[in-house]
Ligand binder design. Structure first.
Ligand code: SAM
Length: 224
Protein backbone atom coordinates (compact mmCIF):
# COMPACT_ATOMS: atom_id res chain seq x y z
CA UNK A 1 0.00 0.00 0.00
CA UNK A 2 1.83 3.11 -1.17
CA UNK A 3 -0.52 5.66 0.40
CA UNK A 4 -1.75 4.27 3.73
CA UNK A 5 -5.30 5.38 4.55
CA UNK A 6 -4.59 4.88 8.26
CA UNK A 7 -1.73 6.57 10.20
CA UNK A 8 1.57 4.85 9.39
CA UNK A 9 2.40 4.10 13.02
CA UNK A 10 -0.94 2.34 13.46
CA UNK A 11 -0.33 0.33 10.28
CA UNK A 12 3.10 -0.70 11.64
CA UNK A 13 1.53 -1.60 14.99
CA UNK A 14 -1.08 -3.79 13.28
CA UNK A 15 1.58 -5.46 11.14
CA UNK A 16 4.03 -6.07 13.98
CA UNK A 17 1.78 -6.92 16.95
CA UNK A 18 -0.72 -9.30 15.36
CA UNK A 19 0.27 -12.98 15.23
CA UNK A 20 2.87 -13.50 12.49
CA UNK A 21 2.58 -16.11 9.76
CA UNK A 22 4.63 -19.26 10.17
CA UNK A 23 5.70 -22.12 7.87
CA UNK A 24 4.78 -21.93 4.19
CA UNK A 25 2.57 -18.84 4.63
CA UNK A 26 5.56 -16.93 6.08
CA UNK A 27 7.69 -18.18 3.16
CA UNK A 28 5.12 -17.08 0.57
CA UNK A 29 4.66 -13.70 2.27
CA UNK A 30 8.45 -13.15 2.14
CA UNK A 31 8.61 -14.30 -1.49
CA UNK A 32 5.84 -11.88 -2.50
CA UNK A 33 7.64 -9.01 -0.75
CA UNK A 34 10.96 -9.86 -2.38
CA UNK A 35 9.39 -10.12 -5.86
CA UNK A 36 7.11 -7.12 -5.37
CA UNK A 37 3.96 -9.18 -5.96
CA UNK A 38 0.90 -7.61 -4.29
CA UNK A 39 -0.79 -9.89 -1.75
CA UNK A 40 -3.07 -8.99 1.16
CA UNK A 41 -1.15 -7.08 3.87
CA UNK A 42 -0.68 -8.50 7.34
CA UNK A 43 -3.57 -6.61 8.98
CA UNK A 44 -5.89 -8.19 6.39
CA UNK A 45 -4.31 -11.61 7.02
CA UNK A 46 -5.19 -11.32 10.72
CA UNK A 47 -8.75 -10.28 9.85
CA UNK A 48 -9.15 -13.15 7.36
CA UNK A 49 -7.99 -15.68 9.95
CA UNK A 50 -10.76 -14.44 12.25
CA UNK A 51 -13.37 -14.34 9.44
CA UNK A 52 -12.56 -17.86 8.23
CA UNK A 53 -12.45 -19.40 11.69
CA UNK A 54 -15.71 -17.69 12.68
CA UNK A 55 -17.74 -18.10 9.49
CA UNK A 56 -16.29 -21.51 8.48
CA UNK A 57 -17.52 -21.08 4.88
CA UNK A 58 -18.05 -24.23 2.85
CA UNK A 59 -17.59 -22.94 -0.68
CA UNK A 60 -15.27 -20.00 -1.32
CA UNK A 61 -14.73 -18.12 -4.59
CA UNK A 62 -11.67 -15.89 -5.07
CA UNK A 63 -11.01 -13.60 -8.02
CA UNK A 64 -7.29 -12.81 -8.13
CA UNK A 65 -5.06 -15.74 -7.09
CA UNK A 66 -1.58 -14.27 -7.72
CA UNK A 67 0.86 -16.72 -6.07
CA UNK A 68 -1.93 -18.42 -4.10
CA UNK A 69 -1.15 -16.81 -0.74
CA UNK A 70 -4.68 -15.72 0.25
CA UNK A 71 -6.22 -18.97 -1.09
CA UNK A 72 -3.82 -21.02 1.05
CA UNK A 73 -4.48 -18.76 4.05
CA UNK A 74 -8.24 -19.32 3.68
CA UNK A 75 -7.73 -23.08 3.21
CA UNK A 76 -5.58 -23.21 6.35
CA UNK A 77 -8.20 -21.42 8.47
CA UNK A 78 -11.34 -23.00 6.99
CA UNK A 79 -10.33 -26.67 6.77
CA UNK A 80 -13.76 -27.81 5.54
CA UNK A 81 -13.99 -25.25 2.74
CA UNK A 82 -13.46 -25.79 -0.95
CA UNK A 83 -11.85 -22.80 -2.67
CA UNK A 84 -12.24 -21.93 -6.35
CA UNK A 85 -9.75 -19.24 -7.35
CA UNK A 86 -9.43 -17.45 -10.70
CA UNK A 87 -6.45 -15.72 -12.32
CA UNK A 88 -5.59 -14.72 -15.88
CA UNK A 89 -1.86 -13.95 -15.57
CA UNK A 90 0.26 -16.91 -16.85
CA UNK A 91 3.23 -16.03 -14.63
CA UNK A 92 1.04 -15.92 -11.49
CA UNK A 93 -0.77 -19.10 -12.55
CA UNK A 94 2.58 -20.93 -12.75
CA UNK A 95 3.56 -19.77 -9.23
CA UNK A 96 0.13 -20.64 -7.84
CA UNK A 97 0.17 -24.14 -9.37
CA UNK A 98 3.56 -24.82 -7.83
CA UNK A 99 2.45 -23.54 -4.42
CA UNK A 100 -0.85 -25.45 -4.44
CA UNK A 101 0.99 -28.66 -5.43
CA UNK A 102 3.32 -28.20 -2.43
CA UNK A 103 1.02 -26.77 0.24
CA UNK A 104 -2.65 -27.56 -0.50
CA UNK A 105 -2.37 -30.72 1.57
CA UNK A 106 -6.12 -31.30 1.93
CA UNK A 107 -6.74 -30.71 -1.81
CA UNK A 108 -9.10 -27.84 -1.04
CA UNK A 109 -8.21 -25.52 -3.93
CA UNK A 110 -9.24 -25.48 -7.60
CA UNK A 111 -7.49 -22.94 -9.82
CA UNK A 112 -9.43 -21.70 -12.86
CA UNK A 113 -7.32 -20.04 -15.54
CA UNK A 114 -8.71 -17.15 -17.54
CA UNK A 115 -10.28 -13.73 -17.34
CA UNK A 116 -12.92 -13.56 -14.62
CA UNK A 117 -15.14 -11.74 -17.14
CA UNK A 118 -15.47 -15.09 -18.97
CA UNK A 119 -14.88 -17.62 -16.20
CA UNK A 120 -17.57 -16.19 -13.89
CA UNK A 121 -20.28 -16.87 -16.49
CA UNK A 122 -19.24 -20.56 -16.63
CA UNK A 123 -19.43 -21.22 -12.86
CA UNK A 124 -22.19 -23.46 -11.61
CA UNK A 125 -21.70 -23.64 -7.85
CA UNK A 126 -23.01 -21.49 -5.03
CA UNK A 127 -20.44 -19.62 -2.92
CA UNK A 128 -21.07 -18.60 0.69
CA UNK A 129 -17.86 -16.51 0.83
CA UNK A 130 -16.39 -14.55 -2.08
CA UNK A 131 -13.13 -12.59 -2.10
CA UNK A 132 -12.58 -10.14 -4.95
CA UNK A 133 -8.96 -9.04 -5.23
CA UNK A 134 -8.46 -8.17 -8.90
CA UNK A 135 -8.77 -5.09 -11.15
CA UNK A 136 -10.77 -2.56 -9.10
CA UNK A 137 -12.51 -0.88 -12.03
CA UNK A 138 -14.13 -4.26 -12.84
CA UNK A 139 -15.65 -4.91 -9.40
CA UNK A 140 -18.93 -3.24 -10.39
CA UNK A 141 -19.00 -5.24 -13.65
CA UNK A 142 -18.50 -8.59 -11.87
CA UNK A 143 -20.87 -7.81 -8.98
CA UNK A 144 -24.21 -8.94 -10.56
CA UNK A 145 -22.76 -12.31 -11.69
CA UNK A 146 -21.20 -12.90 -8.28
CA UNK A 147 -24.37 -12.04 -6.34
CA UNK A 148 -26.28 -14.52 -8.52
CA UNK A 149 -23.88 -17.23 -7.32
CA UNK A 150 -24.29 -16.43 -3.59
CA UNK A 151 -26.94 -17.68 -1.13
CA UNK A 152 -28.82 -15.27 1.14
CA UNK A 153 -26.46 -14.73 4.10
CA UNK A 154 -23.37 -15.11 1.91
CA UNK A 155 -20.48 -12.68 2.42
CA UNK A 156 -18.53 -10.84 -0.28
CA UNK A 157 -15.25 -9.07 0.54
CA UNK A 158 -13.77 -6.62 -1.99
CA UNK A 159 -10.16 -5.51 -1.48
CA UNK A 160 -8.39 -2.19 -2.16
CA UNK A 161 -11.43 -0.01 -2.48
CA UNK A 162 -10.11 3.31 -1.08
CA UNK A 163 -7.70 3.93 -3.98
CA UNK A 164 -5.14 5.33 -1.51
CA UNK A 165 -7.74 7.88 -0.35
CA UNK A 166 -8.73 9.14 -3.82
CA UNK A 167 -12.30 7.84 -3.50
CA UNK A 168 -13.06 10.58 -0.95
CA UNK A 169 -11.92 13.37 -3.32
CA UNK A 170 -13.77 15.11 -6.16
CA UNK A 171 -12.81 13.57 -9.52
CA UNK A 172 -10.93 16.67 -10.72
CA UNK A 173 -8.41 16.18 -7.90
CA UNK A 174 -7.71 12.61 -9.02
CA UNK A 175 -4.87 11.95 -11.53
CA UNK A 176 -6.25 11.38 -15.03
CA UNK A 177 -4.75 7.87 -15.25
CA UNK A 178 -6.66 6.87 -12.10
CA UNK A 179 -10.08 8.15 -13.12
CA UNK A 180 -11.42 4.94 -14.72
CA UNK A 181 -10.78 3.12 -11.45
CA UNK A 182 -12.26 6.04 -9.52
CA UNK A 183 -15.47 5.97 -11.60
CA UNK A 184 -15.76 2.19 -11.27
CA UNK A 185 -15.38 2.38 -7.50
CA UNK A 186 -17.92 5.23 -7.21
CA UNK A 187 -20.42 3.12 -9.19
CA UNK A 188 -19.70 0.23 -6.83
CA UNK A 189 -20.36 2.42 -3.77
CA UNK A 190 -23.54 3.85 -5.34
CA UNK A 191 -24.80 0.31 -6.02
CA UNK A 192 -24.03 -1.17 -2.61
CA UNK A 193 -23.54 1.18 0.35
CA UNK A 194 -27.16 2.25 0.72
CA UNK A 195 -28.76 -0.83 -0.86
CA UNK A 196 -31.26 -2.46 1.51
CA UNK A 197 -30.87 -5.81 -0.24
CA UNK A 198 -27.31 -5.84 1.12
CA UNK A 199 -25.61 -5.03 4.41
CA UNK A 200 -22.43 -3.09 3.68
CA UNK A 201 -19.42 -2.14 5.79
CA UNK A 202 -16.24 -0.27 4.81
CA UNK A 203 -13.27 -1.47 6.84
CA UNK A 204 -9.99 0.51 6.74
CA UNK A 205 -7.58 -2.43 6.56
CA UNK A 206 -4.84 -2.24 3.93
CA UNK A 207 -6.23 0.01 1.19
CA UNK A 208 -9.74 -0.69 2.44
CA UNK A 209 -12.18 -3.58 2.36
CA UNK A 210 -15.83 -3.37 1.35
CA UNK A 211 -17.74 -6.18 3.03
CA UNK A 212 -21.21 -7.08 1.78
CA UNK A 213 -23.78 -9.52 3.13
CA UNK A 214 -26.46 -10.66 0.67
CA UNK A 215 -29.84 -10.15 2.35
CA UNK A 216 -32.27 -11.08 -0.44
CA UNK A 217 -32.36 -13.71 -3.16
CA UNK A 218 -32.73 -11.11 -5.93
CA UNK A 219 -30.54 -8.12 -5.18
CA UNK A 220 -31.63 -5.09 -7.18
CA UNK A 221 -28.68 -3.10 -8.53
CA UNK A 222 -28.76 0.09 -10.60
CA UNK A 223 -28.44 -0.47 -14.39
CA UNK A 224 -24.78 -0.57 -15.47
N1 SAM B 1 -5.44 -12.45 -3.60
C1 SAM B 1 -4.00 -12.53 -3.79
C2 SAM B 1 -3.35 -12.64 -2.42
O1 SAM B 1 -3.65 -11.80 -1.55
O2 SAM B 1 -2.54 -13.57 -2.23
C3 SAM B 1 -3.45 -11.33 -4.53
C4 SAM B 1 -4.15 -11.04 -5.83
S1 SAM B 1 -3.33 -9.79 -6.77
C5 SAM B 1 -3.60 -8.35 -5.84
C6 SAM B 1 -4.45 -9.56 -8.10
C7 SAM B 1 -4.48 -10.71 -9.12
O3 SAM B 1 -5.68 -10.56 -9.87
C8 SAM B 1 -3.35 -10.73 -10.14
O4 SAM B 1 -2.64 -11.95 -10.08
C9 SAM B 1 -4.04 -10.56 -11.50
O5 SAM B 1 -3.49 -11.35 -12.53
C10 SAM B 1 -5.47 -11.02 -11.18
N2 SAM B 1 -6.51 -10.41 -12.03
C11 SAM B 1 -6.74 -9.08 -12.25
N3 SAM B 1 -7.81 -8.91 -13.05
C12 SAM B 1 -8.27 -10.16 -13.34
C13 SAM B 1 -9.34 -10.65 -14.14
N4 SAM B 1 -10.15 -9.82 -14.80
N5 SAM B 1 -9.52 -11.98 -14.22
C14 SAM B 1 -8.69 -12.84 -13.57
N6 SAM B 1 -7.65 -12.43 -12.80
C15 SAM B 1 -7.45 -11.12 -12.69
Amino acid sequence: MRRPVVKEEIVSFMRERQQQNTGFLAELEAFAKQENIPIIPHETVAYFRLLMQTLQPKNILEIGTAIGFSALLMADNAPNAHITTIDRNPEMIAFAKENFAKYDNRQQITLLEGDAAEVLGELEGSYDFVFMDSAKSKYIIFLPEILKRMPVGGVLVLDDIFQGGDVAKPILEVRRGQRTIYRGLQRLFDATLDNHNLTASLVPLGDGLLILRKNKEDVILPEN
